[in-house]
Design a protein around this ligand. Structure first.
Ligand SMILES: Nc1ncnc2c1ncn2[C@@H]1O[C@H](COP(=O)(O)OP(=O)(O)OP(=O)(O)O)[C@@H](O)[C@H]1O
Ligand SMILES: [Mg+2]
Length: 312
C-alpha cells in the first residue's frame, strides 16, 4: 500500500443558488488519487449541480475546488485537461457515427489525428463497440450509447473521470458491464467520481461515499461503515391471520422497536433473518399464520434523517 496519498479533487465550501434555492450548500470534501468516490443522493439532491461546477460547466456562487491542484475558477482550462466527463444528458451527436463522435471529441481536446485514431480504436475495442463504430449513434441501444459516452470521456486519457449517474435507466446486465469497466479503469490508475441514487451501486463500486440531500453532505464514509450505521434502520413487516401480541413480538431477540401500521407490524432490527426465524416460532406458539412478510431496506431519505439526527 502506498502510504503517501494525495488529494486530486479538493472541494471547499462549494455553493450554488438557483434564485432562492440553495441547490448546493457549502460542501467540502476531498478525493484521494486512485479512489472511486461516490456521490449518493435522491432526485434533486444537488448531484448534477455539483458535477457541473466541478467540471466547469457552471460557476459556483461561493467556494471553489481544485482538480489535480488546478483551481476550477483560476485555471479552468488546465483543470479540464486532466478530466473526462460523462454528463447526465448524452453529449453524443445521434446523427453521427460512434467513430465520428470520437474524432470530434478528440479534435476538441486538440489530440493529433494519428493519436486520436489510435486511442479511438483502442477504446472501441475495449468497450465492445468496434463492430458498430460506423453506425449512427441513434441506432445504438441505451447501454451501447452509455459505453460510447465513456469512450468519448476517455479520448484524452484523463486522470480523473466524472460520471453523472452512469448506469441509471440501464438494465441489470448493461449496468454490470459499465460497472466492471469502471472498476477496470480504476485498476489502471484512474480516479473516479460518480453520482448515483443507487445505494447498492455505491456499495459495489466505491471506496468512499458522500451522502448528499438538499444540497448538503450528511456523511462521508466507507460503504462498509455506512452500512453498519444504516443497518439499524432495517425492518421486517409482517401481518398475521389474527391480531398480534405486541409484547411477545417486542421480546424477539435483536428487535429494537415494534410499531403497528394498519394491520401490519413493523419490527426494526439489524438482523432481519434472525427475526424471521423467530417469527416462525411465534406463529407456532400462538397458533396464527403469516399472511404477508417483507423486509424493508431504508430509503435514502430515512438514512439522511438518521445521519442528521446522529450528528445532533
Ligand atoms: N438550471 C436550473 N435552474 C433552476 N433550478 C435548478 C437548475 N438545475 C437544477 N435546479 C434545481 O437544483 C436542485 C438540484 O438539482 P440537481 O440536478 O443538481 O439534482 P440531482 O441530485 O442531480 O438530481 P437527479 O437525481 O434528479 O439527477 C433541484 O431542486 C433542481 O430543481
Ligand atoms: Mg442529476
Amino acid at each position: 500500500m502506498n502510504s503517501i496519498s494525495r488529494s486530486v479533487i479538493e472541494v471547499d465550501n462549494l455553493t450554488k443558488y438557483y434564485g432562492e434555492l440553495r441547490a448546493v450548500d457549502h460542501i467540502s470534501f476531498k478525493v484521494e488519487e486512485g479512489k472511486i468516490f461516490g456521490f449518493l443522493g435522491p432526485n434533486g439532491a444537488g448531484k448534477t449541480t455539483t458535477v457541473r461546477m466541478l467540471t466547469g460547466v457552471i460557476k459556483p456562487d461561493e467556494g471553489t475546488a481544485r482538480i489535480m491542484g488546478y483551481d476550477i475558477l483560476k485555471e479552468p482550462i488546465k483543470a479540464k485537461e486532466v478530466m473526462g466527463i460523462v454528463p447526465e444528458a448524452s453529449n453524443a451527436y445521434v446523427d453521427l457515427s460512434a467513430w465520428s463522435n470520437l474524432m470530434l471529441m478528440g479534435e476538441l481536446y486538440g489530440i493529433p489525428k494519428k493519436e486520436r485514431e489510435r486511442k479511438a480504436e483502442e477504446l472501441l475495442q475495449k468497450f465492445g463497440l468496434q463492430e458498430r463504430k460506423n453506425e449512427k449513434v441513434k441506432n445504438f441501444s441505451r447501454g451501447m450509447k452509455q459505453r460510447l459516452l465513456i469512450c468519448m470521456a476517455l479520448i484524452n486519457s484523463p486522470q480523473i473521470l466524472f460520471l453523472d449517474e452512469p448506469t441509471t435507466a440501464l438494465d441489470v446486465q448493461s449496468a454490470r458491464i459499465i460497472r466492471d469497466m469502471l472498476l477496470d479503469l480504476n485498476r489502471g490508475g484512474a480516479t473516479i467520481f460518480l453520482t448515483t441514487h443507487n445505494m447498492e451501486e455505491a456499495n459495489l463500486l466505491c471506496d468512499e461515499v458522500a451522502i448528499i440531500n438538499q444540497g448538503k453532505i450528511a456523511a462521508i464514509d466507507s460503504p462498509e461503515r455506512l452500512r453498519t450505521k444504516i443497518g439499524r434502520l432495517n425492518a421486517v413487516e409482517v401481518s398475521f391471520t389474527s391480531s398480534p401480541n405486541m409484547e411477545k413480538l417486542a421480546e424477539i431477540p435483536s428487535v429494537r422497536e415494534v410499531k403497528k401500521i394498519g394491520n401490519k407490524v413493523r419490527l426494526y432490527t439489524s438482523s432481519p433473518g434472525q427475526v424471521i426465524t423467530h417469527l416462525a416460532d411465534y406463529t407456532k406458539e400462538n397458533n396464527v399464520q403469516i399472511i404477508t412478510l417483507q423486509t424493508l431496506a431504508p430509503t435514502l431519505e430515512d438514512i439522511f434523517i438518521m445521519l442528521i439526527e446522529a450528528r445532533k
